[in-house]
Design a protein around this ligand. Structure first.
Ligand code: NAP
Length: 244
């Protein structure tokens, strides 16, 4: 059987890097998108190769249509037809009430988290064939709303859930599955972007499992959704949030 070929956006660190590590161990070949840190992405690719994968690090700003097209073109050229997409690249902005939200931050978060996911999903919808899978990384914020922190971010994740439900119905007849994973608070650098690097420790006591999650705990869920074990799972929004 041929190896799955999976494209992961935002694979240079955090949840994306953990997904790449897990998928390489599970036998996927990988196109690893990164925006800024070529060295970090190359290190993720090196580790994937050490696990036996063919892995490419490719510069990609998901909010830029031409770069999304180039990412898919290069991956197809070098790895063959893609069988999976993990829409993971996401950002937030300074935490605070909506009244203080800067318009440029609102636009940035919508551009990356929403437009970027749609541009990648659209190209996958055009290219992918029977048996292919799309996994969108959403967030528990989609249903919690993130009051006082980042409602705009939460809203883009609710839209991700809608994208997942709609696209699963649209592509199901073609044999393509579409699912989402909704992480709770996970220990990554994203919390620095919101101005609170210690957020995982702060919220831990409110989480039923009494701790924040680790990136590899999200990667396990993504790997399952991409695997044949999830062959009848589509349109699912799998919450991996310690009970939140
Ligand atoms: P992270 O550590 O900040 O990593 C984000 C990744 O996305 C980085 O590789 C970053 O690359 C990349 N990225 C950012 N903007 C991009 C763009 N315009 N184009 C391409 N790549 C871009 O974040 P994370 O915590 O791993 O988050 C990954 C996903 O999980 C996001 O969708 C996030 O919303 C979601 N999530 C995270 C948590 C959490 O608590 N950590 C909870 C729920 C959901 P650069 O370093 O080059 O910018």
């Amino acid at each position: 059987m041929s190896r799955p070929v999976t494209l992961v956006t935002g694979g240079s660190r955090g949840i994306g890097a953990a997904i790449c590590e897990r998928l390489a161990a599970d036998g996927h070949d990988l196109a690893i998108g990164y925006r800024r840190d070529a060295e970090a992405a190359e290190e993720v690719a090196r580790q994937a190769r050490a696990a036996g994968a063919t892995a490419l690090a490719i510069q990609l700003d998901t909010a830029e249509e031409a770069q999304v097209e180039r990412f898919f073109d290069l991956a197809a050229e070098r790895l063959g037809p893609a069988t999976g997409l993990v829409n993971n690249a996401g950002v937030t902005s300074a935490r605070g009430p909506l009244a203080d939200l800067r318009t440029e931050d609102l636009r940035k978060v919508v551009d990356v988290n929403l437009v970027g996911y749609f541009l990648c999903a659209r190209r996958a919808a055009r290219d992918f064939g029977r048996g292919a899978v799309i996994v969108n990384i959403s967030s528990g914020a989609a249903t919690l709303g993130s009051p006082g922190e980042y409602i705009h971010y939460a809203a883009t994740k609710a839209a991700t859930d809608t994208l997942t439900i709609g696209l699963a119905k649209e592509l199901g007849p073609a044999g393509i599955r579409v699912n989402a994973v909704s992480p709770g608070t996970i220990e990554t650098e994203i919390h620095e972007l919101s101005g609170e690097p210690g957020r995982p420790a702060r919220v831990a006591p409110m989480v039923p499992l009494r701790r924040a999650g680790r990136p590899e705990e999200i990667a396990g869920a993504v790997a399952w959704l991409l695997s044949p074990d999830a062959s009848y799972t589509s349109g699912a929004i799998l919450r991996v949030a310690g009970g939140m």
